[in-house]
Design a protein around this ligand. Structure first.
Ligand code: SF4
Length: 339
């Protein structure tokens, strides 16, 4: 089906089954390179890197890459390369010290007033620069009963008013599982807001179903969706349709991006990303300095360059369209603005 056909289907409320789209995701280099007409790149593909962190690309995301372009910014985000295997000083498995803030199975409590649940251990895409690419997801709750210690902590701490569902990607949960989890959270009186951190609206837009919108908008908790896109080419076609549906349903939608070498480290790329998001009603929220996670050093951009880019963005865009350039320093009370 053409992208416009898919968009028309979704606009009219007839949706493709997202489970099917997920099952159809590309997992082999041969199919990736053949579809992009880049067979000559196959020698660059690192099977060793893919053994550590598999290749995974939904077809919708693939459709937004430019065939024949080995430097495509979306391709760079998902292509396993040998660079990932090189140890680099200062880059570690748990760069943001998630393990020190794990106060119950599946629960990370870093900042005052909010807590984060590792609601799912998988994603629809495997981003090579992922800050949780080494996270021990196997140790986290999967059955609803396993969440009881985390829920007990949330019940006991009335200073927490917001829960973040993260992962992995929390929208990998079925609607049934997501509803069960949300119902448990709704039963905690002092919780007011539910923040969902998800890349699925971008990489697997089929996931934005009517049922999901209903589930989120009917909740007692105020929903906030934080999507993750790094380049304007990502927020196009069927992704743009999904984002509009989220926004029009009344959900606050924010974007976080990561500053990535060869992907968005130019003022043009960042300007286009912000403008594309704003045009869809999505607010640019954070531009993250890369977390120094083992295997990701080749994506790092010097913060001096990042500051310069933000300064140039300010000269081009209205203030609300300039994301906050931030870095996470473990132990700090909040993310640090490094402008
Ligand atoms: S979607 Fe997010 S959590 Fe999943 S691989 Fe990408 S960056 Fe990591």
């Amino acid at each position: 089906m053409s992208v416009s056909g898919l968009a028309n289907q979704q606009e009219s409320g007839i949706q493709t089954d997202w489970h099917h789209s997920l099952a159809e995701a590309i997992r082999t280099p041969a199919e990736l390179f053949q579809t992009l007409r880049l067979e000559h790149l196959s020698s660059q593909f690192s099977h060793e890197a893919a053994n550590e962190f598999p290749l995974m690309v939904p077809r919708s995301f693939l459709a937004r890459m430019q065939p024949g372009d080995p430097t495509d910014p979306l391709l760079r985000q998902v292509l396993p390369l040998n660079y990932e295997l090189r140890p680099v000083d200062g880059f570690a498995a748990d760069a943001v010290s998630d393990s020190s803030f794990r106060t119950a199975p599946g629960l990370l409590h870093k900042y005052k007033g909010r807590a984060l649940m590792i609601a799912a251990g998988s994603c629809a895409v495997n981003c090579r620069y992922c800050f949780r690419r080494h996270y021990p997801y196997g140790d986290e709750p999967r059955r609803l009963d396993d969440w009881e210690p985390a829920l007990n902590q949330l019940r006991a701490d009335s200073s927490i008013s917001e829960v973040l569902l993260s992962g992995g990607d929390p929208l990998m949960l079925t609607d049934h599982r997501l509803r069960q989890l949300i119902e448990h959270l709704e039963s905690v009186p002092h919780l007011k807001r539910l923040r969902i951190h998800s890349r699925l609206p971008v990489v697997l837009p089929d996931r934005v179903t009517n049922a999901l919108l209903q589930l989120l908008t009917e909740s007692r908790l105020t929903p906030i969706m934080v999507i993750h896109s790094n380049h304007a080419a990502e927020v196009a076609d069927d992704c743009a349709v999904a984002l509009r549906r989220l926004v029009r349903s009344g959900i606050t939608v924010l974007n976080q991006a990561v500053l990535l070498r060869g992907v968005n480290d130019s003022v043009e790329a960042l300007t286009n990303l912000s403008e594309s998001l704003i045009n869809l009603g999505v607010m640019p929220y954070y531009l993250h300095q890369l977390d120094r996670v083992a295997g990701t050093a080749h994506f790092e951009v010097d913060p001096t360059v990042g500051r310069q880019l933000i300064s140039e963005l300010r000269a081009r865009l209205p203030g609300y369209a300039v994301p906050r350039y931030v870095q996470e320093f473990p132990g700090e009370a909040h993310k640090t603005i490094i402008e």
